[in-house]
Structures are given as structure tokens and as C-alpha cells.
Design a protein around this ligand. Structure first.
Ligand SMILES: NC(=O)c1ccc[n+]([C@@H]2O[C@H](COP(=O)([O-])OP(=O)(O)OC[C@H]3O[C@@H](n4cnc5c(N)ncnc54)[C@H](OP(=O)(O)O)[C@@H]3O)[C@@H](O)[C@H]2O)c1
Length: 291
């Protein structure tokens, strides 16, 4: 039996990991949300690791408010970089496998074919820069750690684009969504199951990996699929990002190449549309059971 500590356990990936682990009897999971373990409290984190026998630490804690990070950079760096460094150091010292998530937003240049792990990064927002520096400090403090760059995460849990579209699609007659940012949605359920599947086959995994769902789309296409599946009558219009200015710039193209993770661990990754359908079904069942 291996013990996995999940930090930031109340987020989208953290919640899905807690559900997914039920299928893996060889793992015991400690789910630590911010109230139980604030990763920025270095001494408390050290004490927690001293008090618990942990084999694997999956850090799902992050400052993920991409736009707010522009004016709250201190907090973004504290959570996405400094605290990650401390966690990585403690895990290295105690010989614990450290797994951490990063973002497609580190790729923000003119490349127009899917990014491989070794491709050049060019972050252009505080969030993306803080995440990239978080990766660097994690590798510096714990060279054997595993970092997974993922993109456009949504889930049954938490706040996300899918839920926003469902709400706005029901409230409004017309909605504009950008069509010039291209990437791949990632269903947190899939990444959680994939990671536990990987860990059940092999531990002590080192290095940088990409994971998203299969396929490619724009945010407009993603919204159109949600509206189509849910039969929402709201009229959807594609717009350019320049007509929807946000404090933080997003990459125009950040599709991830996933060959490395697929071939290393014999993974089958679902297409984003199939996963979207799964999530929407879960959300419908959730609504029914609440009504
Ligand atoms: N969401 C995306 O589209 C996306 C895309 C690419 C990569 N990623 C990366 O994937 C990972 C997981 O993302 P997610 O979507 O699951 O994030 P999320 O839903 O925003 O969850 C992040 C969690 O971190 C917690 N947290 C924040 N500060 C903390 C602290 N100091 N100590 C402990 N916990 C803290 C938050 O707690 P509270 O609930 O109390 O705020 C929240 O529960 C992150 O590394 C993120 O950067 C996400």
C-alpha cells in the first residue's frame, strides 16, 4: 500500500483524484485542502510531512486566477513558485516522489504545430511565468520529480469554462466567444485516472510530460459543442481576442503533443468531445439529484 498526499485537494484535479483513487486499492490517499495544509506555510508543511508517512506527493495547489495574477503577482509567485520549491525540497529530503502540474500557457510564441516538451517556452503573463519558474525550481530542488503540463482544464467540480457556458447559454440569447485561441480542453477526470493508471504501473517517474485530451479546437468550437450537446438555443458568435481584451494575454496556439506520455505509459487518451459528453452527463445527473 502506497500513500499519496494530494495538496490543493479541493481543486478540479484534486477532487477528481479523490474520486478516481477508489479504483486503485493499492493506493491510500490523503486529501489536503488549503485549510488543512497551506503550501505557503513552510514550517507547517515540514511538520505535516514529519507527522505522516507519505510515498507520493501530487501537488494540485496553484494560483490559477490567470487575470487576477497580473495585479496579484506576489501571491501568484508565492504559491506557484516559492511554495512549490519548498514542497519539492521536502520531498527530495524524504525520498518522496513529487508530481506537479504546469500549463500550456508557458508556450506563447508563433509556433503553429503541437508543442513537444523540449520546445521553447515563452510565457507572456504573470501566471504563465510563475508556473514556468515553479517547474524550474521543482526540478532544481528535486531533479527526479515529474511535471505534467496540461491545458484548458474543466471538471464536474469547481469553476470552469464548461459551467460558465452552461450558465451564460441559459441566461442569454447571444454570446461572443473567441475563435483565435487554439488548444485542447482537458477533462480533470481523465488526467486524474491517467495519472493513477501510470502510478499503478510505474513509480519514480521523472521528467516533463504533456497531457490533454485528444483533438484540437478553439474556445468558440468548445462552446459550440457544449451548446449543441445541451441543445441551448443561445446564438454563438466567433470573435477575435482583440475584441475581448483580458488583463493577461493568452497564447493564440498552445496545442500539446502527447506522444511522450502515451508511448511511455501505453495510455489511450479520449477525444475532448467524448470527455465533454461524459462531464455534461455527470453534471445533468448532479442537477437531477439536487432537484
Ligand atoms: N485550470 C486550468 O485550466 C489549468 C490549465 C493548465 C494547467 N493547470 C494546472 O493544473 C493544476 C490544477 O489545476 P486546477 O484546475 O485543478 O486548479 P483549481 O481548481 O484552481 O484548484 C487549485 C486549488 O489550489 C488551492 N490552493 C491555492 N492556494 C493554495 C495554498 N496556498 N495551499 C494549498 N492549496 C492552495 C485552491 O484552494 P482554494 O479552493 O481554497 O482556492 C484550489 O483548491 C494547477 O497546477 C494549474 O496551474 C490548470
Amino acid at each position: 500500500m502506497k500513500t499519496i498526499l494530494v495538496t490543493g485537494a479541493n481543486g478540479q484535479i484534486g477532487r477528481e483524484l479523490q474520486e478516481a483513487v477508489i479504483n486503485y486499492p493499492d493506493f491510500e490517499m490523503i486529501a489536503a485542502d488549503r485549510a488543512l495544509l497551506d503550501i505557503t506555510e513552510e514550517n507547517a508543511v515540514k511538520a505535516y510531512f514529519d507527522d505522516h508517512q507519505i510515498d507520493i506527493c501530487i501537488n494540485c495547489a496553484a494560483y490559477t486566477a490567470v487575470d487576477k495574477a497580473e495585479e496579484n503577482s506576489e501571491q501568484a509567485y508565492l504559491i506557484n513558485k516559492t511554495a512549490v520549491g519548498h514542497l519539492a525540497s521536502i520531498c527530495k529530503e524524504k525520498n518522496i516522489q513529487f508530481i506537479h502540474f504546469s500549463t500550456d500557457y508557458v508556450y506563447h510564441n508563433n509556433q503553429n504545430y503541437p508543442f513537444k516538451e523540449e520546445d521553447k517556452t515563452a510565457p507572456k503573463s504573470i501566471y504563465a511565468q510563475s508556473k514556468l519558474e515553479g517547474e524550474q525550481v521543482a526540478f532544481a530542488k528535486h531533479p527526479e520529480c515529474m511535471i505534467i503540463r496540461t491545458s484548458w482544464v474543466y471538471s464536474y467540480y469547481g469553476h470552469n469554462f464548461v459551467k460558465t457556458m452552461l450558465r451564460l447559454g441559459a441566461e442569454r440569447n447571444k454570446l461572443n466567444v473567441v475563435f483565435d485561441q487554439i488548444g485542447t480542453p482537458t477533462y480533470a477526470y481523465d488526467i486524474a485516472h491517467a495519472l493513477l493508471e501510470i502510478l499503478s504501473k510505474k513509480q519514480n517517474i521523472t521528467g516533463l510530460y504533456h497531457y490533454s485530451n485528444e483533438g484540437v479546437c478553439s474556445w468558440y468550437d468548445f462552446a459550440a459543442a457544449i451548446f449543441e450537446i445541451k441543445r441551448l438555443a443561445c446564438q454563438l458568435a466567433p470573435i477575435e481576442s482583440k475584441n475581448y481584451p483580458t488583463p493577461a494575454k493568452r497564447p493564440p496556439f498552445s496545442v500539446l503533443n502527447k506522444e511522450k506520455i502515451k508511448t511511455s505509459f501505453q495510455l489511450n487518451i479520449p477525444h475532448w468531445r467524448a470527455s465533454l459528453l461524459h462531464c455534461l452527463e455527470r453534471l445533468s445527473i448532479g442537477e437531477e439529484s439536487q432537484s
